[in-house]
Ligand binder design. Structure first.
Ligand SMILES: [Zn+2]
Ligand SMILES: [Zn+2]
Ligand SMILES: [Zn+2]
Length: 149
């Protein structure tokens, strides 16, 4: 069973074309769904687009995510010890708050506004382009759970 995506698919198609990617139903569905569900894991994306595409394989969704990350349309966030999460918000050097218990991931704007946000004490001759900043902690739900446990 196949249903038309309800979100504006036109700009997704334009986006794909401008990135040099062919417009396919899975790519459109993944990008459209991800727009409404930032920081989703690949499994969550798969479950989400299955509603729209009917049967779609794990591999297809992984391939779509990978192609979109490579093309710069999607950003992948990989907090240590948690599955990678994907989002459409790219190119603004924002950072993330990650819950060390449940892995909930939340956007936070860059503290300084420009990459790299931090300067190493010694750059060892590297041209520094980026500093990956993850703020680890407990989300409100997990804080509450610990308090009442
Ligand atoms: Zn949590
Ligand atoms: Zn984000
Ligand atoms: Zn920053």
């Amino acid at each position: 069973m196949r249903r038309e995506t309800t979100a504006p698919a036109d700009d997704v198609a334009t986006l794909l074309r401008s990135a040099g990617l062919r417009v396919t139903a899975p790519r459109r569905a993944v990008l459209t769904w991800l727009d409404r569900h930032p920081h989703a894991t690949a499994d969550a994306v798969l479950a989400g687009v299955r509603d729209e595409l009917g049967s779609v394989s794990h591999q297809t969704v992984y391939d779509v995510l990978h192609a979109c990350v490579t093309a710069g349309l999607v950003r992948s966030v990989q907090p240590a010890g948690h599955p990678a999460r994907f989002e459409r918000r790219v190119g603004d050097n924002h950072h993330h708050l990650v819950c060390q218990d449940c892995g909930r991931t939340q956007d936070v704007d860059c503290v300084t506004g420009d990459a790299p946000c931090l300067a190493p004490v010694d750059d060892h001759g590297f041209g520094i382009e980026e500093a990956e900043v993850v703020f680890w902690g407990l989300c409100p739900a997990c804080t509450e759970k610990r308090r009442t446990a």
